[in-house]
Design a binder for this molecule. Structure first.
Ligand code: FE2
Length: 244
């Protein structure tokens, strides 16, 4: 299991923590099967499934999800987070393949939840590039519970101009870290504080990740909820088009 104080130290110092001790072979195989079944349904194209859509899958398997509930519980206790017991893990299965690969790359953003656990399921294995490496700017912003500051920071960094400047290393080049993802490992970082995205992906290959988010900073905000639901509607449309 994960040594929590070691993990928190690394989160602050390196901006991420990775471990090969949480995911079992059985877990990885079950996740791979889940991705393959859904890829077939989506004609081998990009899809994004979240929250309730994953309820009846292996991701909601008690033994599997409990490991991460325990992990988030320990992290939250250690950091003395308020009211974390009221919150649940927000699960996302993000599978990139086909023509949308380019659009999905370098989509730098901050997450809504404090913690992000990234579990690589399928990662392209090209010799040099286009493997969709994870790009992080660790602990790039501070934690704030003022919604307007969050929105302004998001507007500043989640747009085409910022994408161009970051991608071409014109700004904040010294803060960038590239993580080559290895299935079997899990990667933890402060998704809320860390600006992140992924590098290019070969459109003929699949990059599948399971994202487990915990501790929604604006848990009570209807605006954030609305925004999340709009995103989900948009993702549903993509899936509908995949099936045509
Ligand atoms: Fe994210």
């Amino acid at each position: 299991m994960v040594n929590i104080s070691d993990c928190i130290k690394k989160l602050h110092k390196d901006g991420y923590y990775s471990s090969n001790k949480i995911l079992t072979k059985k877990d990885l195989n079950a996740l791979r099967k889940l991705v393959q079944i859904n890829l077939k349904k989506n004609n081998n194209s990009y899809f994004f499934l979240a929250d309730k859509k994953l309820n009846k899958t292996y991701i909601n398997n008690k033994i599997f999800i409990k490991k991460f509930e325990n992990l988030f519980d320990k992290l939250s206790t250690n950091l003395k987070l308020k009211n974390y017991k009221k919150q649940k893990i927000y699960k996302v299965l993000r599978v990139i393949a086909g023509n949308r690969s380019k659009k999905e790359s370098y989509r730098y953003h901050f997450d809504a939840h404090l913690f992000t656990v990234l579990i690589p399921i399928f990662i392209p294995k090209n010799k040099t590039k286009n493997n969709g490496d994870l790009i992080i700017y660790p602990n790039f912003r501070k934690l704030t519970n003022i919604l307007i500051i969050n929105i302004i920071q998001k507007l500043l960094f989640q747009n085409r101009i910022a994408k161009f400047l970051l991608k071409n290393k014109i700004i904040f080049n010294n803060k960038e870290k590239i993580l080559k993802l290895k299935p079997g490992n899990i990667y933890i970082f402060y998704g809320y504080r860390t600006l992140h995205g992924n590098k290019d992906i070969d459109p003929n290959q699949v990059r599948a990740t399971l994202l487990l988010h915990f501790y929604d900073i604006f848990n009570e905000s209807n605006l954030v909820k609305l925004n999340r639901n709009l995103r989900l509607k948009n993702e549903e449309k993509i899936i509908k088009n995949n099936k045509k």
